[in-house]
Design a protein around this ligand. Structure first.
Ligand code: ZN
Length: 265
């Protein structure tokens, strides 16, 4: 599931493949950018903000001659892959390709991307300015995340953690896992969560621990089937107490939790 750590990793893949390179071709397969050609543009850097990817580019001097950002969002199913020249694009079916960026040393292919847009870098804030502190960003600020969460006292903590305006980077997997580890029911109102600072700090630690790898482990184990406490484990025994893990809708998402370890619904 693409969450803050996956997006951070993806930004790094694009950084290694394209940073400093002059593009030798581009192929956009989305209507809004079908006429766009980035040939001759230079990739300045690739970075992430929460779950948003920002590929910063410089247009050639004879064009607009300014700084641009190619924005994309992975949501549930998007991905970027980098391939060597001549390497087979094997990651996903071709009909999911939304953009191809070619450089002398690598080809970057974006699959099933959302919100693909080319905007002046100076206007990035219009797309990401609403986000709360980024758990994996240089601006991570747990106090500000707690302050923003606390402005929604009656909302459930399960929904508030997913609201990227409070803090940016937590998706459904980390939400479920953090609340299990804190012993807090996802239905607890924000005002009744005993230690919001401890909760956001743990979320940050879990995401940070998974930087640089694609397996999202919250248990410390990288073995298949043992990487999570509750997420995706409906009806399986809780790793702590043996109670069957439950799954139920909460807001627009499903949530997983242990009714014994996370009481007080
Ligand atoms: Zn339990």
């Amino acid at each position: 599931m693409p969450e803050g750590d996956t997006v951070w990793n993806t930004a790094r893949v694009l950084q290694r493949a394209l940073a400093g390179a002059r593009l030798t071709g581009s192929d956009f397969r989305v209507p809004q950018l079908a006429a766009t050609d980035l040939t001759g543009w230079t990739v300045r850097e690739s970075t992430s903000r929460g779950k948003h990817l920002l590929l910063r580019l410089t247009a050639p001097p004879d064009a607009a001659g300014r700084d641009w950002t190619l924005h994309s969002h992975l949501r549930m199913d998007g991905a970027w892959r980098a391939y060597g020249p001549g390497e087979r694009w094997a990651a996903r079916p071709a009909h999911l390709i939304r953009v191809v960026l070619r450089s002398p040393g690598a080809v970057a292919v974006g699959y099933h991307l959302h919100e693909l847009a080319l905007i002046p870098t100076a206007e990035e804030e219009s797309l990401v300015g609403h986000l709360g502190p980024d758990l994996l960003g240089p601006d991570w600020d747990p106090d500000e995340a707690v302050r923003r969460l606390a402005t929604h006292p009656d909302e459930t903590i399960g929904e508030a953690l997913l609201d990227q305006r409070n803090l940016a980077g937590v998706g459904n997997l980390y939400k479920c896992e953090v609340l299990f580890l804190r012993g807090v029911s996802p239905w607890t109102p924000v005002r009744a969560v005993p230690d919001l600072a401890g909760t956001v700090t743990l979320a940050q630690r879990l995401l940070a621990a998974n930087r640089g790898r694609w397996t999202q482990s919250t248990t410390g184990s990288l073995h298949r089937g043992q990487t999570n406490y509750v997420y995706g484990r409906r009806a399986q025994p809780c790793r702590r107490c043996g109670t069957a893990i439950r799954k139920e809708e909460l807001g627009e998402r499903v949530t997983y939790w242990c009714p014994a370890c996370q009481p007080d619904r």
